[in-house]
Design a protein around this ligand. Structure first.
Ligand code: ADP
Ligand code: MG
Length: 622
């Protein structure tokens, strides 16, 4: 799916370095991955046991940090409670593989570490769903606080339950065996740990690189937009919370069988904080940053523990203090972590997304016939306390026409737009979309019905390419979920979604910016991008809130041409505008508002001569 073009997909981080003979020397991502795999495979054969043990710990930590990269780095949800999920995985297998008197209904899972892994993941998923449904709704700092509370409770639960051995813990956990081969040496379980970690990293990378992944990447800073494009953001949050918990539990399972012993100490909240540090220090939004972060922190702690007592000539936990200071320094000096800095050292060819223009077109909704009433507001009134922002407003939009809602600042246009788009509910009156009331529907449901919108203040994901931003618009036209995406079984659908996004980008004239970062576009182009994104959802009604605001004359003309083209194709378009000149040469009908009320309605040339309108515009707030 990826092509070896030298144009980078996201930030052009890895600047190609010049070799001595002056030519560019670059590696493909595949080559770098292959080199890494070889390194991982060879290391235990050449390094002493001590380093292998260290690498085992790094692998286990990295797996938990990887979950946090997804949850915190990408999704923006902070959890201090991951260590508790590690404990859940570890204790489940400890109980199932050592207990001699399991209750009858659980006896089948006893004795086998692999069955215990299955049970542990299942329990973790259930607990994560429960904890997630309680905490993910909490906003701002309540979520991290919630995870601390949950981390502490589970930690004490591990320490107090008799069946779990209290604070002494549980010993006698058997080693894992694969087809009779017992992994009881450090370098043996090493391979299992790193296979788990690499599988987790690759599947996470695949997931991020898919329809579900774009929805997840929109969580940080793009929730309102994503919902308006049909994404269920609560579901996406839950998905990453559960995945992060499962990674942690798998790490705990491996840990228990490596140590052959568990007690509550490694599952406390302070370890949870350390996991978070690993994810952040590595490079919070980067899958491979998890390994770098876990490695850097583990090695640094080990090194400080060895060096400090010698330097200071005294024993004590000095490393904790120095570690803390170093952490502050890193977070201060390298906000994006170590990964971006490391990536620059190894020039990798940018992996630009390849578009398969031959991919089958996505199915389209049945379009209404020209002249059919698509959207209708009936006597809509919206009060904010004593203020009547919309007063008894009625209007309608037909298929194949452009209706403009205009009026001076503060007239109530944006409020009306919110009623029409279902973002807000009228105090009285109703809004019908294709004959059905949209009151009480989520914006993603309305998007599914065929209404798509742009935002007055552009809402896009600035670090994502134009192509991927527009592909979010096509989200509701696909259905492949997390598991197919993680294993790349979604590629046929993904190709169709991306081809559709590319078509819409070409259609609005942004073809030459397909792979640029959305944030690098001029404001006018960003507004056009939003229209392409709206079109990618295959709407029959486009709602545009002040699309011409901040545009230069040339950009306004381009926008006008585009809207005319869409109208000719039968699209219904409603635009809220402030700019009279832009509207007059373009639209079919105009509704004029002032002080929350409709003061005129009709053809642009008639409305323009209407004394009430002239008064509103010339004598009003303008
Ligand atoms: P326009 O988009 O035409 O400039 P708005 O719809 O934004 O006008 O605002 C209309 C009036 O409603 C203004 O007086 C504004 O202060 C008020 N208003 C808008 N939204 C709210 C709100 N959420 N709470 C209270 N007053 C509001
Ligand atoms: Mg407004």
């Amino acid at each position: 799916m990826r092509q070896t073009d030298s144009r980078p997909l996201v930030a052009p981080l890895p600047a190609p370095s010049m070799t001595l003979d002056g030519r560019f020397r670059c590696f493909t991502p595949r080559q770098v991955l292959a080199a890494f795999l070889v390194l991982i495979a060879v290391v235990p054969l050449v390094l002493p046991e001590f380093y292998v043990t260290l690498l085992n710990y790094i692998g286990l930590y990295a797996m938990v940090a990887l979950g946090l990269v997804l949850l915190t780095g990408v999704g923006g949800l902070t959890s201090f409670g991951q260590a508790a999920f590690v404990g859940l995985g570890a204790y489940t297998t400890a109980v199932l593989t050592t207990s001699t008197d399991l209750p009858g209904w659980l006896a089948w899972a006893g004795g086998s570490p692999w069955l215990a892994l299955g049970v542990g993941l299942l329990i973790t998923a259930l607990v994560a769903l429960l904890v997630g449904s309680l905490t993910l709704r909490l906003s701002g700092h309540f979520l991290p606080l919630g995870t601390i509370a949950w981390g502490i409770s589970l930690y004490f639960l591990f320490g107090t339950m008799d069946i779990l051995g209290g604070h002494t813990g549980m010993s006698g956990i058997p080693p894992i065996s694969i087809f009779g081969w017992q992994l009881d040496e450090g370098h043996e379980i090493y391979y299992l740990i790193w296979i788990f970690l690499l599988a987790a990293a690759l599947t996470t990378q695949n997931l991020l690189d898919s329809r579900e992944g774009r929805a997840i990447r929109a969580l940080k800073g793009g929730m309102v937009m994503a919902e308006a494009m049909g994404v269920n953001t609560s579901r996406s949050r839950m998905i990453i919370f559960v995945i992060a918990a499962l990674h942690a539990a798998a790490s705990g399972w491996l840990y228990a069988h490596m140590q052959r012993f568990v007690n509550p100490t490694p599952f406390g909240v302070h370890i949870g904080i350390e996991y978070l540090f690993m994810a952040v220090v590595g490079g919070a939004g980067q899958v491979w940053g998890a390994i770098v972060g876990a490695g850097a922190i583990t090695i640094m702690k080990q090194w400080l523990q060895d060096v400090l007592p010698a330097v200071l000539g005294a024993t004590g936990n000095f490393e904790v203090i120095v570690f803390g200071l170093l952490m502050v320094l890193i977070l201060h000096r390298a906000r994006d972590g170590i990964w971006p800095w490391l990536a620059r050292l190894v020039p990798v060819r940018g992996n630009q997304i390849e578009i398969d223009h031959a991919a089958a077109a996505l199915p389209r909704r049945e379009m209404p016939t020209r002249g059919e009433v698509i959207l209708e507001a009936r006597n809509v009134t919206r009060r904010f306390g004593g203020l009547v922002a919309n007063n008894d407003m009625s209007l309608h939009v037909e298929a194949g026409e452009i209706l403009a809602l205009i009026g001076p600042n503060g007239a109530g246009k944006s409020t009306m737009f919110n009623q029409l788009s279902g973002v807000d509910t009228p105090t009285s009156g109703e809004v019908l979309f294709r004959g059905k009331s949209i009151a009480g529907h989520e914006s993603r449901e309305i998007a599914h019905l065929g209404m798509s919108r742009t935002f007055q203040h552009v809402k896009l994901l600035p670090k994502m390419s134009v192509l991927e931003n527009v592909a979010i618009g096509a989200h509701l036209r696909g259905n492949r979920g997390v598991i197919p995406s993680a294993w790349r079984l979604d590629r046929a659908e993904e190709a169709r979604l991306l081809a559709e996004a590319a078509r819409q980008i070409e259609r609005v004239g942004l073809g030459s910016h397909m792979h640029d970062e959305a944030g690098s576009l001029a404001l006018g182009q960003q507004r056009i991008l939003e229209i392409a994104r709206a079109l990618a959802s295959d709407p029959c009604l486009l709602l545009l809130d002040e699309p011409a605001a901040g545009l230069r004359l040339k950009e306004k003309q381009t926008l006008g041409d585009l809207l005319r083209k869409l109208r000719a194709e039968g699209m219904a378009i409603l635009l809220v505008e402030h700019d009279m000149d832009f509207v007059m040469g373009l639209v079919d009908r105009v509704v004029v508002m002032e002080f929350g009320q409709k003061i005129a309605e009709g053809l642009p040339e008639d409305v323009q001569k209407n004394p009430a309108v002239l008064e509103a515009y010339l004598g009003g707030v303008e």
